[in-house]
Design a protein around this ligand. Sequence first.
Ligand SMILES: *[C@@H]1O[C@H](CO)[C@@H](O)[C@H](O)[C@H]1NC(C)=O
Ligand SMILES: *[C@@H]1O[C@H](CO)[C@@H](O)[C@H](O)[C@H]1NC(C)=O
Length: 241
Amino acid sequence: MAGRIIELAILAISVSAILRNTAAQKKHVVGDELGWFLPPRGPIAYDTWASLQTFSVGDILAFNFINEEQDVAQVTNEAYKTCNSTNPISLKATSPANFSLHSPGDYYFISSFDRHCLLGQKLAISVPASSPQPSPAVSPRGPITYTVGDELGWLVPPAAEIAYHTWAFGNAFIVGDTLVFQYINGAQDVAEVNKEAHENCETKKAILLFMQVVQPASSLISQASISTLAPIRFTVPWIKS
Ligand SMILES: *[C@@H]1O[C@H](CO)[C@@H](O)[C@H](O)[C@H]1NC(C)=O
Ligand SMILES: *[C@@H]1O[C@H](CO)[C@@H](O)[C@H](O)[C@H]1NC(C)=O
């Protein structure tokens, strides 16, 4: 290896990305981009939307709609089933209409406009009693093995460092996850460094440096695995420089 110039690619995953956690209060925009309207295929639109959400106490439901063409009434279960908007719990006629999910339980919303509810403009959601508020030590899911850069792999990225920033930002990491770096032996390596060294692209004081995989020797593709558990463990044998 003497004299050989190796392109040093530095682990570009910031501590903030690794420690990024779920926000305390979440805003759910009902129907996402579609908003709150008369769904062409009936109630399945909002049933589906609701099934894809995880509601917690303290979250906010936001209804976006066209004033005077839509409104939103919070109603009882009975009124929801019968599309009865005569005596709602509350009625909001101005968009965006926000409802705070202040306590656990079921919440029902309908439009009070003529026949809108019967045609599917209705939403039922459930807020669980124990809002899962994961502490950093308790993972809400099992460990995941991430391939850094996905199909791109670990290389000098064509679109500069934004590539790995974007990749890291798109993933939520927890303690116990594994990062796998796939690269071509001799052309790339990977060093774990501290924050300061990361900012300065300084590898002299690398915490760990991996250059080549021992097994399988015939493969061009290296797989460097770093567990984010402390202390850091490695799942495949490596030559440590
Ligand atoms: C609608 O609800 C109101 C008040 O809750 C009730 O008086 C009325 O009978 C209900 N209408 C129907 C058709 O169930
Ligand atoms: C609802 O929340 C949005 C931001 O989340 C805010 O812009 C809007 O003014 C709120 N609507 C009302 C009626 O407070």
